[in-house]
Design a binder for this molecule. Sequence first.
Ligand code: SAM
Length: 330
Amino acid sequence: MAPNVDDYNREITYLRVSVIDRCNLRCIYCQPVKNLKLLHHADILTYEEILRVVEAATQMGISKVRVTGGEPLIRRNLLNFLFRLCRMPGLNEVSITTNGVLLKQKAKAIFDAGVRRLNVSLDTLNPLKYAKITGRPCFEDVWGGLEAAEAIGFSPIKLNVVAMRGVNDNEFRRFAELSVRKPYHVRFIEYMPVGLDSQWKPEKYISSDEIKCKLESFGALHKIPRSPCDGPAERYRFESARGEIGFISALSHHFCPSCNRLRLLSDGKLRPCLFSDEEVDIKTALRSGCSQEDIKALFHEAISRKPERHHAEMLQKGAELLHPMSAIGG
Ligand code: SAM
């Protein structure tokens, strides 16, 4: 069996790398209101360490990396790291997930470093509501960042919209219209009960089926056939739209059978499943003089510990994960 195939015959080709646990926003659904424990600087993997892990990962069959956070754009010297990552042999896709607050000023340099694919998190198109959700009045910055990214030539630009009843469910039409007007892939993400002190409540959750039903009352949605490199999103398009609509249904249609990913956290833990605290420590090995073969062995261990399916139902019933989503990186 290939080294990146797990016990359930899933080929692991995708690594999410959280480069920092800090964020410049305080989204209500992402970070705990109190008791937010942040890592000491010395406990965060250095870029050299991350690049060593990614290099070993590519030799194990990883071909796609997404850089995330916390907020990746607030980490110093990110551009040099991205430049090196984009030139790593074996990687054929590097993308970045950002809240977009600093995008306007950094988009050109990120593009020049070699990144082409961008995910921007934006849960509302209303500046006042944006400030309420995120704790910061930065809507215009994010919008300016999106327009700059579009003008520079990023493609695709995906908008991550966490759907929350009573928060942004009255804006689905505006997001639908946005996907027609702009070349953005608007992706509705089911609100997940992830994190320490998670604010998740069943009454705030909206399933993808319900969102899709609402969108279909605005116009016919045409399904886009899946391609082998597609992630978990189900993709659709409105008639004559420049962009797309996607649904990421972690809770209602769990996509575990096709899960192809591992997560590397900024504290040097490899996480086999978003919804479980099971982790493999790589940092201790890295800082004790391990070889690339040792890193590959740890990587293999993380792959072999991937559960057949997630158990988010435990979290829906009130169990908590050790880390907030802001540290895991989505
Ligand atoms: N700071 C970056 C950003 O805002 O995109 C990267 C980190 S953020 C944790 C990554 C993604 O996770 C964002 O799109 C965010 O909306 C999503 N996210 C955070 N908490 C979530 C939750 N409870 N349910 C669903 N998605 C969540």
